[in-house]
Design a protein around this ligand. Structure first.
Ligand SMILES: *[C@@H]1O[C@H](CO)[C@@H](O)[C@H](O)[C@H]1NC(C)=O
Ligand SMILES: *[C@@H]1O[C@H](CO)[C@@H](O)[C@H](O)[C@H]1NC(C)=O
Length: 127
């Protein structure tokens, strides 16, 4: 009997650990790390695994850059529409959706250097 009870306790502990793991699974990524969102961003994120639900933070001196979310078709051409929302706070945070997302700076001449294509994969349990 004692043994069975121990098993149940173990099961509860395991379930709690799973819940904690899921909660921790959404990572926050700071674009460019300590350098922030800048003209030399290419190469950043190559070794980062992005998951849907993760947040991505663009830090930059307000007024020096901005962030516009584009669809993938427009991304390579740095092509923005008048209706596109422009984020300018210097501390812009987004939650990644499953699949590709393109972020650019729409200041003249800043894109394509300042374009970032992120591919978020499905949330899976971390090992
Ligand atoms: C644009 O990116 C390239 C490649 O990373 C870099 O060599 C160049 O210095 C960047 N341009 C500016 C103006 O920072
Ligand atoms: C651009 O980034 C690369 C790699 O992160 C780094 O080696 C290089 O010094 C940077 N260049 C500038 C102008 O910041």
């Amino acid at each position: 009997m004692g043994k069975g009870k121990g098993g149940a306790v173990m099961a509860i502990v395991v379930i709690c650990q799973l819940a904690a793991a899921l909660q921790c699974a959404a990572d926050a990524h700071v674009v460019g790390d300590s350098a922030g969102w800048n003209m030399n961003i290419s190469g950043w994120g190559k070794n980062v695994r992005f998951l849907a639900g993760d947040t991505i933070l663009f830090r930059y001196p307000k007024g020096k850059h901005n962030v516009v979310v584009l669809d993938m078709m427009a991304c390579g051409r740095c092509y923005t529409n008048h209706g596109d929302k422009v984020y300018t706070s210097g501390d812009d945070i987004f939650t990644l959706k499953l699949g590709p997302t393109c972020f650019i700076c729409s200041f003249p001449g800043h894109c394509p250097n300042m374009s970032l294509q992120i591919f978020a994969t499905k949330q899976t349990q971390k090992e």
